[in-house]
Design a protein around this ligand. Structure first.
Ligand SMILES: N=c1c2ncn([C@@H]3O[C@H](COP(=O)(O)OP(=O)(O)OP(=O)(O)O)[C@@H](O)[C@H]3O)c2ncn1[C@@H]1O[C@H](COP(=O)(O)O)[C@@H](O)[C@H]1O
Length: 104
């Protein structure tokens, strides 16, 4: 099982934990707006790290982004497999073609 799939499983389990004992459960208890905001903050922190050309910071922030994305997807009952299926669908289609499909 790959890292993201293992993390998705862990998040699914930890959402049911007591919020005092789990960061995932505490986020879930605070609800989707907080989770979505947290994801946005982590994305901005990753952008700042990228622009600062701080490689180690960027790796850490990218990990935070992926973790908080999975928490947000879990909250919306969207699985990693759903997202991977969408990426698989796009495989072999040029990015420009995909863009044209979206705007037509
Ligand atoms: N991968 C992560 C992970 N990445 C980041 N974080 C947490 O995400 C938070 C990042 O938020 P910030 O640094 O911005 O600040 P903060 O003030 O602590 O957060 P807020 O109070 O603002 O929400 C930190 O508390 C990190 O500990 C994570 N917390 C948990 N996991 C994974 O989730 C598993 C389950 O964790 P629990 O739910 O805590 O058992 C862990 O074993 C890990 O595998």
């Amino acid at each position: 099982m790959d890292t993201l799939t293992r993390l998705e499983d862990t998040i699914a389990q930890r959402r049911r934990a007591a919020p005092e004992t789990s960061y995932v459960a505490s986020l879930s208890a605070r609800g989707l707006p907080v989770i979505a905001r947290k994801f946005g903050e982590e994305a901005v922190e990753a952008v700042v790290a990228a622009l600062a050309e701080d490689r180690e910071e960027l790796i850490g922030e990218a990990a935070d982004v992926l973790f908080h994305l999975l928490v947000m997807l879990a909250e919306k009952d969207v699985s990693l497999a759903d997202v991977m299926a969408e990426l698989d669908r796009r495989e072999g289609v040029s990015g420009l073609e995909e863009k044209a499909n979206r705007t037509s």
